[in-house]
Design a protein around this ligand. Sequence first.
Ligand SMILES: [Zn+2]
Ligand SMILES: [Zn+2]
Length: 287
Amino acid sequence: MLIGAHVSTAGGLAKAVSRGEDLGCSSIQIFNQSPRAWKPSNYDQDAFDEFREAMADSGVQSVIIHAIYLINPATPDEELRAKSLASLTHALRVGDAIGATGVVLHPGARKDAELVPALARAGLLIGDAIADSENCPVLIEQMAGHKGILGLDFEEIEALTEAAGNVDRVGVCLDSCHLFAAGVDIRTAEGITAMVDEIEEKLGLDRLKALHINDSATEFGSRRDRHADLGQGEIGEDALALFLSEPRFEGLTATLETPGKDKKGASAEDVAFARELRERGLAARRS
Ligand SMILES: [Zn+2]
Ligand SMILES: [Zn+2]
């Protein structure tokens, strides 16, 4: 498992790699541009080369891009659809240029619109962005399901995948906080096994490409997405240890998106603590 954290690209793409190194990350996640604005960051080839060199010289083995929050693949609004498609396609092209493992995407909000057509609209947009880029996969993030946000369960993700054309480049990102808030019981090894079985059955394990490791500030099934530091929320250390040691998660990237003690994101101690929890989970599973 490649444990790491979300890091800033302030000062340039390659800076994210050195930040990851400072935190002891085996993998990093970045935003390809400011997550709350449409304006794209247009990197030149030098920036991409510099990034790839920094990766090659570091202990960071994988980079994930998180797409911006404004993208709404489910919207029926023509203008918002066009902007969303352009932005997702741009993120995928940056992903191609830096060799990213994938672009994590929130599959969108349907608001008051019907579920089934919204899933079809969102999947179609994902498929269009894939068709207009080279290799980088879209990783649909499983969501907490607040107020019509798509991606609550694996049936919805299956429908999104089908609407995107069932191509290999659609993958899945699991977030421990979102799962817990959505009411997926990840508090026991049996619960985690049942969830992974369901993914295997509905989507195929090959689609599972990335994990987000966060505790939850809100209770089980709350459908509210509030990340907490590991061991400081409702999921707790023991369940997170089991999540981090699930055998079929072996080899995946595992990104901390936790607030951190000083609200500046995960620290080196937090990354080290995630590794410790994983060891604890492995030991608990052996005994
Ligand atoms: Zn996310
Ligand atoms: Zn997440």
